[in-house]
Design a protein around this ligand. Structure first.
Ligand code: SAH
Length: 228
């Protein structure tokens, strides 16, 4: 008699993954990031522990550990693991306690950050995406995150100021309102540009803004303000 295997047959197995969604695939994905220069042990541990396949549609789960962005619906994408690693590493250098993320999206970057910083605020303009992300983070017992879906304000000024701000969507120029939400000594990490973008790091210092680039990237555009 043949045994019928239903995949995934428990919520636990769905989280852990099997085959192309297994721990072995996660470890391999992280090993590639280490070869490419990822050094921060905290980021390495968080990326090994986070089931990226849970943040994409089941039809795409078998591709979750490829180093690529994937569609998550509503014309948006889950960020490429290499870019998540680079941004998270740059953010952690300053040991931030209070962090703001713009663009929850699938919630994958949110889940990585929630394991590494004490307090996290995340905003998204597509509420359905954020609700889905929130459900997954709750399942993973990541509860130090404040969620806000507010299409008319960029960031979350009332909860600021932040030690670090990370945006997963690209404006043409650095938004003044985000600089204003950054604490003195804080760091902003975001893609800037249109068809050609670069990932920039901006440090807010008493002597002004210090900016450097982490290279070329391609993110979805930041919608500066919705008309509602
Ligand atoms: N790190 C996320 C990236 C999602 S794509 C992930 O890996 O899944 C970027 C997200 O930014 C999209 O979901 C988009 O809706 C959101 N976004 C764009 N403009 C925004 C804005 N002004 N405020 C908040 N979120 C925004």
């Amino acid at each position: 008699m043949r045994t019928k295997v239903i995949y995934p047959n428990t919520a636990f197995e769905r989280l852990q993954g099997i085959g192309l969604t297994s721990q072995r695939m996660r470890d391999r994905m992280v090993a590639r990031q280490i070869e490419a220069g990822l050094e921060d042990q905290r980021v390495i541990t968080a990326m090994r522990a986070t089931p990226r396949h849970c943040f994409v549609d089941e039809a795409l789960a078998s591709r979750a550990y490829e180093d690529t962005a994937l569609p998550i619906g509503f014309g948006q994408t889950i960020s490429q693991p290499a870019v998540v690693a680079t941004m998270t590493q740059a953010l952690l250098l300053r040991q931030p306690k209070k962090v703001l993320e713009i663009g929850t999206g699938s919630g994958y970057q949110t889940a990585i950050l929630a394991q590494l910083v004490p307090h996290l605020w995340t905003t998204e303009r597509i509420c359905e995406l954020q609700q889905r992300a929130k459900r997954i983070l709750m399942t993973l017992s990541l509860s130090n995150v404040h969620y806000r879906c507010e299409p008319t304000e960029l960031g979350w000024a009332k909860a600021g100021k932040y030690d670090a701000i990370l945006s997963a969507a690209a404006p043409e120029v650095v938004p003044e309102s985000l600089i204003a939400q950054l604490a003195m000594g804080g760091r902003l990490i975001m893609p800037i540009g249109g068809t050609s973008q670069e990932l920039v790091v901006i440090d807010k210092t008493p002597h002004g803004l210090l900016r450097h680039s982490l290279g070329d990237v391609l993110f979805v555009p930041l919608i500066e303000q919705d008309r509602i």
